[in-house]
Design a protein around this ligand. Structure first.
Ligand SMILES: NC(=O)c1ccc[n+]([C@@H]2O[C@H](COP(=O)([O-])OP(=O)(O)OC[C@H]3O[C@@H](n4cnc5c(N)ncnc54)[C@H](O)[C@@H]3O)[C@@H](O)[C@H]2O)c1
Ligand SMILES: N[C@H](CO)Cc1c[nH]c[nH+]1
Ligand SMILES: [Zn+2]
Length: 429
């Protein structure tokens, strides 16, 4: 079911290689399929979008957007308990992300030199909200709240509809809570392509954010440059570094919490305690046998999950850093003391009472996170992802005269004489 491996063993090396290849060397088959979808949407527009929606999601119909009024109806019809949960999550997410707001600055250097950095919101952003194997109202909030705080004018959520063209009501309600402008009923690589290239019905966006399965992650990767993207936020992952004495059933539950997302998800426990490893393995088997999403979990456990036994805790943390996981749980005595050893992880969860699910829904930290080792260089989604910086410069005549010799020196050294001339000419009258 979930394999137990000793760090340094050939079997463990093979497992770690396979895990790394998930992102570093994407499956050529998947690349080819996604490239074909992107090319078709680029050339055929709406017709290809509709064709793929029908083929992959069973939705037969024209390109369809839902409005804020539709979302409001969903919110008003929602069970009060779910409404309260949405409101609470939204408050927590807002409180955390408000702290991320940054302002520009002005540097007055005297003598009439004024330099400025402005922070501007992006104008139109496509927020991908998955909807294939589960509904993701929480992901609406995680995308749209920071985007709204940044001041983005036009927020388009794209999410796959069911066969009947219906979207989960809580997902739509979340769009109302977060102030989304419209909801495109399309998912997968085809939705990303439509947002990136624009079609007759879908306006072109400046950036696509949000998580998705391997099709979505591959599409975003290929579309980077046509639009900006936030990161590669693919199938979910959790790495747990645990010491002896931790409740094995809790760790098993946390591993399975991520494995139930996708057959490509990864749940990895790293521990120096062989007895704990064995106990967690048994607890995983026991819990899977009773889990509603056992079929997905079993695939994820067989594909990219393992329990790895190390010599000590330092070795466990070194491996965790090498994996640069989306989620890292540190469970054991005084995990705060180990936090400084963590260099690469999307989001870290400390102690026995911080299961990763608090970050998925309620803590207020963002759950759109880099996967596949890309937490070495990508960060969690945040307000900054929805802004760009712009620079402004102003020189006085005196200041230009003062810097002229140095500019001329550079221009001459680079052989770019017209650059120098544009400065020189201003001192001639
Ligand atoms: N990293 C993060 O921050 C994060 C956050 C939340 C969720 N996730 C991940 O998001 C993913 C959600 O996946 P999902 O599948 O539930 O929803 P999804 O919306 O990402 O994918 C569904 C779409 O996949 C496309 N698709 C499916 N099979 C296809 C095929 N054979 N050919 C072409 N396209 C195909 C379809 O167009 C469909 O609309 C999971 O992997 C989950 O782990 C990641
Ligand atoms: N664990 C996911 C990120 O990998 C986020 C999520 C949303 N809903 C449940 N979980
Ligand atoms: Zn989750």
């Amino acid at each position: 079911m979930i394999t137990e491996l000793a760090l340094g063993s050939p079997a463990c090396d093979r497992f770690l290689d396979r895990l790394a290849s998930r992102i570093q060397a994407p499956d050529p088959d998947m690349l080819a399929r996604v490239e074909a979808i992107l090319a078709a949407v680029r050339t055929e527009g709406d017709a290809a979008l509709c064709r793929f929606s029908e083929a992959f999601d069973g939705f037969k119909g024209p390109v369809t957007f839902l409005t804020p009024a539709d979302c409001q109806v969903a919110l008003e019809g929602l069970d009060p308990g779910l409404q309260a949960a949405l409101d609470k999550a939204a408050r927590h997410i807002r409180a955390f992300h408000e702290r991320q707001l940054t302002k520009g600055f002005v540097l007055d250097k005297g003598r009439g030199v004024r330099l400025e950095q402005r922070v501007l919101p992006l104008q139109r952003v496509g927020l991908y909200v998955p909807g294939g194997r589960a509904a993701y109202p929480s992901t609406v909030l995680m995308n749209a709240i920071p985007a709204r705080l940044a001041g983005v004018e036009d927020l388009i959520v794209a999410t796959p509809p069911g066969k009947e063209g219906l979207v989960n009501p809580m997902t739509l309600a979340a769009c109302a809570v977060a102030g989304v402008d419209r909801v495109l009923l399309a998912g997968g690589a085809q939705a990303c392509a439509a947002l990136a290239y624009g079609t007759a019905s879908v306006p072109k966006v400046d950036k696509i954010t949000g998580p998705g399965n391997a099709y979505v992650a591959t599409a975003k990767r290929l579309l980077y440059g046509t639009v900006d993207i936030d990161m590669i936020a693919g199938p979910s992952e959790i790495v747990i570094v645990a010491e002896a004495g931790v409740n094995p059933a809790w760790l098993a539950a946390d591993l399975l919490g991520q494995c139930e997302h996708d057959p490509q998800a990864a749940g990895i426990l790293i521990t120096p305690d062989a007895d704990l490893a064995q106990a967690v393995r048994l607890a995983v088997a026991d819990q899977v046998s009773r889990a509603p999403r056992a079929a997905i979990m079993k695939e994820a456990l067989a594909n990219y999950s393992a329990i790895i036994v190390t010599q000590d805790l330092d070795e466990a943390l070194t491996l965790a850093n090498d994996l640069a996981p989306e989620h890292l749980e540190l469970v054991g005595e005084g995990p705060e003391g180990r936090l400084d050893q963590v260099r690469h992880a999307g989001s870290v969860f400390l102690g026995p009472y911080t299961p990763e699910a608090v970050g998925d829904y309620m803590a207020g930290t963002n759950h759109v996170l880099p996967t596949g080792g890309t937490a070495r260089f990508f960060s969690p989604l945040g307000v900054e992802d929805f802004t760009r910086r712009m620079q402004v410069s102003r020189y006085s005549r005196a200041a230009l005269a003062e810097d002229a010799p140095a500019i001329l020196a550079f221009a001459e050294a680079e052989g770019l004489y017209a650059h120098g001339r544009s400065v020189e000419i201003r001192s001639e009258d």
